[in-house]
Design a protein around this ligand. Structure first.
Ligand code: AMP
Ligand code: MN
Ligand code: MN
Ligand code: MN
Length: 296
């Protein structure tokens, strides 16, 4: 049985392992095929092109695009596109610009609630936190400050370091949830745009973790239908701890809408053993086509 994990994060986004550390962990855990899918960046892949550890691990290019659909934030995982595609930089830069504006907006919103700080100070401290995190890893993966993509988990780490929250969950609940921080979704492109970009790069567009959007069945079906009509290829059917009933539900949607199936742990860091790289059920449900079947 080969082990395939097509959703994971590094210190290029909100993970805590650098790209090499992630590959080594995947290899230790007997993963055969790994996609690194950082939020809105492929910096880990560019680094690994030079620094890939000597191993049997097959690395698949990937990115997790932040998009919106009908008032919800939807993540589209793009897989297996050429890293040297001439249009990749355009996509990454568009998402990077959005994320940069968004991180300044978050800093401003936080500053309104934390009178002892101003927005610029918060932004700089969060940025420094990311730089220090990157420096603390083992294989020399660092980004120029202007290339660093800040997300809410980085703000959460700063809030925790200031003693303002006890953990990530509390930081999101108290400060960073969409209800608390303003309309962050407005910064992202439409889902159909994200799907079109992945297609333009020659990649496979996957609807990430459909169970995480907390939608009614009616709304989820509408989302999947729109995703299919936008040119989407696959649904992420399995994750590290999706309940069995949900896996079966997503498999039914794959069959109904003629979509392929993907799977990925969404690994971010080693602190949560129930979400580890390669930690997935041994096989996909019957009668669905895995995305990797068409790859050679
Ligand atoms: P962003 O990309 O800035 O929107 O941040 C979203 C990321 O934050 C997700 O990919 C998760 O890794 C993380 N996240 C979202 N909600 C929570 C939560 N309640 N607790 C901890 N982490 C979360
Ligand atoms: Mn994340
Ligand atoms: Mn996601
Ligand atoms: Mn993810």
């Amino acid at each position: 049985m080969i082990s395939i994990d097509l959703h994971s994060h590094t210190t290029a986004s909100d993970g805590t392992l650098d790209p090499v550390e992630l590959c080594l962990r995947a290899q230790e855990r007997n993963v055969d095929i790994l996609a690194i899918t950082d939020h809105d960046t492929v910096a880990a892949h560019h680094f690994l092109r030079e620094q890939m550890p000597d191993s049997k691990l097959r690395l698949i290019t990937g990115i997790e695009l932040s998009t919106t659909w009908s008032g919800a934030e939807i993540h589209i995982v793009g897989l297996n596109f050429p890293l040297d595609h001439k249009d990749l930089a355009m996509v990454v830069n568009a998402q990077g610009d959005a994320r940069r504006k968004r991180s300044h907006h978050i800093a401003e919103r936080l500053a309104k609630r934390l009178p002892e700080w101003n927005a610029e100070q918060i932004f700089q401290q969060v940025l420094e936190g990311v730089i220090n995190q990157q420096k603390s890893t083992s294989y020399g993966f660092t980004l120029k400050p202007e290339d660093i993509q800040i997300g809410r988990p980085h703000f959460a780490r700063w809030l925790i370091s200031q003693g303002l929250c006890k953990d990530m969950d509390a930081a999101f609940r108290k400060y960073l949830d969409n209800s608390k921080i303003g309309n962050l979704k407005a910064f992202w492109p439409k889902m159909s745009q994200g799907v079109a970009w992945i297609r333009a790069l020659g990649g496979t567009a996957v609807l990430a973790h459909p169970g995480k959007y907390r939608m009614t069945t009616t709304k989820l079906r509408a989302l999947i239908k729109d995703f299919k009509l936008a040119g989407g290829h696959a649904i992420e059917v399995q994750g590290s701890n999706h309940p069995h009933s949900q896996v079966e539900q997503m498999a039914r949607y794959c069959r109904e809408f003629n979509l392929m199936a993907s799977q990925g742990s969404d690994f971010h860091n080693p602190d949560y053993p129930w979400v580890d790289v390669g930690r997935l059920p041994p096989s996909l449900p019957e009668n669905i086509t895995p995305v990797w079947e068409a790859w050679n």
